[in-house]
Ligand binder design. Structure first.
Ligand code: AMP
Length: 362
């Protein structure tokens, strides 16, 4: 079979390529960086994402193309989709790459989000404050991730300052949700229409970056799990989606609000490498190739702990029974995702505290 192409060569592409190896498949990654993390395990084509000709050349020798980043130039992708099948399709990227389009789309599907308003000038800030109240969270509509391109504002003055700092237009204001917990659900839909969903998980962020995930989410009412799966299935159907989709949620009591959707494999699903019958990476590949999906069942309780900025002593991780170390071969930088530990434990809340203190992780 011809190789599978992946746009983006970061750790997600690296883990996709590793899963592909087990199925006897090869991947090629396309990334503007000189030596991205996935280049160690897949052939790397260096090029800009808006460089249509180079992108088309990349696509022409492949069986199918997927992506590990959603902030991609749509016009270039349209051209690429003319030479090779692209999964998830363009409608998913169009929706997920713009927070305003995404929120309108989610609401139109009958699913709740935080209240929001488009902000393109000072008058819009006033209107948003009148309608949504304070505090607000202002975010750039495009390109923001891992908490970048957003600001929580308590006053009108702060809001005006944030408007300028975030570029002056093309923003979205959201009411600040007082959530009880942050959850996410990863679901997958194959080209054949087959759908499967992983258990709902509980996520903990610091400064907008995922710190750890408890999987499956502990102490959750079954009805909430069913509700989350229903939301994911609805979105998969609305988007005529192929591949893995992650839906990030706020839980307020029994209510679920969609925060954002990621049309790709997702950090909160890294526990599935050892923790589920079939990992999110393998199921994504199965889905885009039209192969039968594997079971998404968890084989225990897991803590997924992100290694940010620095890595712990490898020996101390490896001597912990139930711990699995994944490093992405990236050079350390403050806040950078360098790897993660998947840790199987009876009580995931306690296990997270133990893991953090035993490994000296912050
Ligand atoms: P995002 O980039 O939209 O995923 O936001 C990153 C993190 O910021 C989320 O995981 C939340 O912890 C927080 N956050 C984002 N939007 C809101 C909101 N409307 N209300 C409360 N917290 C939020």
């Amino acid at each position: 079979m011809r190789p599978i192409g992946i746009l983006g060569g970061g750790q997600l592409a690296r883990m996709l390529a590793l899963a592909a190896h087990n199925l006897g498949l090869r991947c090629r990654v396309y990334d503007p960086a000189a030596d991205p993390p996935a280049a160690a395990v897949a052939k790397h084509h260096r090029g800009r994402f808006d460089h249509v000709e180079v992108l088309r050349q990349f696509g022409s020798g492949l069986s199918v193309v997927t992506y590990e980043v959603e902030h991609l130039p749509i016009a270039a992708l349209e051209k690429l989709a003319g030479v090779v099948d692209l999964y998830p399709g363009l409608s998913a990227i169009r929706v997920a790459s713009d927070r305003l389009v995404e929120k309108n789309f989610v609401n139109a599907a009958g699913i709740q989000t935080a209240a929001f308003a488009a902000v393109d000038r000072v008058e819009d800030v006033d209107e948003a404050i009148d309608r949504l109240g304070l505090p607000l969270i202002l975010k750039t509509r495009t390109q923001g991730y891992d908490g970048r391109g957003q600001a929580v504002v308590q006053t009108r003055r702060e809001a005006i300052r944030a408007l300028r700092k975030l570029g002056g237009s093309d923003l979205i204001a959201e009411s600040l949700v007082r959530f009880d917990s942050e959850l996410s659900i990863i679901a997958v839909r194959s080209r054949t229409g087959q759908i499967a969903a992983y258990p709902l998980v509980e996520n903990h962020h610091g400064e907008g970056i995922l710190r750890w995930t408890l999987a499956p989410a502990p102490e959750l009412d079954r009805r909430i799990c069913r509700r989350a799966e229903k939301i994911a299935r609805r979105l998969l159907a609305e988007l005529d989606y192929v591949g893995v989709l992650c839906v990030e949620l706020f839980r307020v009591g029994d209510t679920l609000l969609v925060n954002e959707i990621a049309p790709r494999v997702h950090n909160s699903g890294h526990w599935t490498i050892e923790g589920a019958e079939t990992s999110q990476f393998e199921n994504h590949l199965r889905a885009i190739l039209g192969l039968p999906l594997g079971s998404t069942e968890a084989n225990g309780n897991w803590v997924l702990f992100n290694l940010l900025g620095r890595t712990p002593d490898v020996r101390r991780v490896l001597e912990l029974p139930g711990a699995h170390l994944h490093l992405y071969d990236k050079s350390p930088r403050p806040g950078r995702k360098l790897g993660h530990v998947n840790y199987r434990a009876g009580d995931p809340r306690r296990a997270r505290v133990r893991l953090q203190s035993q490994l000296g992780l912050s």
